[in-house]
Design a protein around this ligand. Structure first.
Ligand code: AFP
Length: 335
């Protein structure tokens, strides 16, 4: 089939979703609503400093973290964008303890959107990279207020994506048929196709990690770090790149290869703890990684095979190029 884009220089997201893609109409609507939320957040971030919207709100969220004013603002944008009608009847957010249901939108064919409205929010006050991560899951008919059908393995996600707020605002997403990247053309307020069916390099040259935590990692994770930072002729020679926002660090792996890791930590009492959240951080990005030929692991196996016990579940993560993630598992990074 001739490439319908060959003649057109500017392909908008709406047009792309409706031409040549076998995407369920309800899912197209949900993806467009996610794209709208990302546009609104991008617009607000650009002017936040001058409007005094930086800094902490004084609140502590369900994760026990200080909440940035823009965390709450971004979360409200999602609720506002999805509550105005459409096929999404349940929202699950990093910023909300419980799911939010829109009963009137719970029909036979409806979806749940799980999201981190502002990823890397500690970068907000220093104008660093920020992101929004989302995943879409199909709700089982007759689910009521329960979320048993959503508390399922990540391979049941039907779409996943992120907004990256950097020099440009990008929307990167998959609906199970490859990974596509769009750039926000501010002049016309449209997401325009930048790259289609992105392939992650098999292997990279960088690793991303908060190395300050290394003393509390499992020995396997430290062995991985030694290997990556060891001599080039022994599989090392990697450079460290860490921006403090998972989306930014993942995006680098998607385009240039390499690995991002946030290992589990063993505290003094021998108890293992993790930082990153499975349902709206690790599982969505693992779907994108696998769709681009990379991998997403907990150190023990595919992150997309983890059966979550609760919506704010945390897991260790090793995500990026297939070779480096396989090495993490081979070195038993999580014991
Ligand atoms: P949130 O602001 O959404 O909590 O994101 C921060 C984050 O979860 C992730 O984006 C970073 O990769 C990681 O935490 C940074 O953690 P450290 O501050 O421990 O390096």
């Amino acid at each position: 089939m001739a490439n319908p884009w060959a003649k057109l220089s500017m392909i908008t997201l709406d047009r792309y979703l409706r031409t040549g893609q076998r995407i369920d109409p309800g899912l197209i609507l949900a993806l467009e609503q996610a794209a709208l939320a990302v546009k609104r957040i991008s617009n607000e971030l650009a002017g936040a400093a001058l409007k005094g919207e930086l800094g902490y709100s004084g609140a502590i969220n369900v994760q026990g973290e200080e909440v940035e004013k823009l965390d709450t603002w971004s979360d409200n944008v999602f609720v506002d964008t999805f509550s105005g009608g459409g096929p999404v009847c349940t929202l699950i957010s990093e910023e909300m303890e419980e799911p939010r249901h829109f009963k009137a939108q719970c029909a036979r064919e409806s979806f749940a959107v799980l999201y981190d409205p502002l990823d890397g929010s500690s970068n907000t006050d220093v104008n660093g990279a920020l992101g929004t991560i989302f995943a879409v899951r199909r709700r089982k008919p007759g689910h009521g207020e329960g979320i048993e059908d959503v508390l399922a393995v990540g391979s049941e996600q039907i779409a996943a994506g992120y907004g990256l707020y950097g020099p440009a605002t990008m929307l990167v997403w998959t609906a199970g048929d490859g990974v596509n990247a769009f750039v926000l053309e501010r002049g016309i307020g449209e997401f325009v196709l930048w790259r289609e069916k992105i392939r992650m390099p098999e292997r990279g040259k960088t690793y991303g990690v908060n190395q300050a935590n290394a003393a509390r990692w499992h020995p396997g994770a430290r062995a991985l770090l030694e290997r990556l930072t060891g001599p080039k002729d022994k599989g090392g020679g990697y450079s460290l790149r860490y921006c403090g926002a998972l989306v930014g660090d993942f995006h680098r792996c998607l385009l240039n290869g390499g690995i991002f890791l946030y290992p589990g930590e063993v505290n003094a009492g021998g108890k293992s703890t993790c930082k990153l959240r499975l349902m709206y951080e690790v599982a969505p990005l693992s779907m994108l990684a696998e769709q681009a030929g990379g991998a997403g692991s907990t150190g023990h196996g595919r992150a997309l095979e983890v059966v979550p016990g609760r919506i704010h579940e945390r897991v260790p993560v090793y995500i990026g190029s297939a070779e480096e993630v396989a090495l993490a598992e081979q070195l038993k990074a999580e014991g």
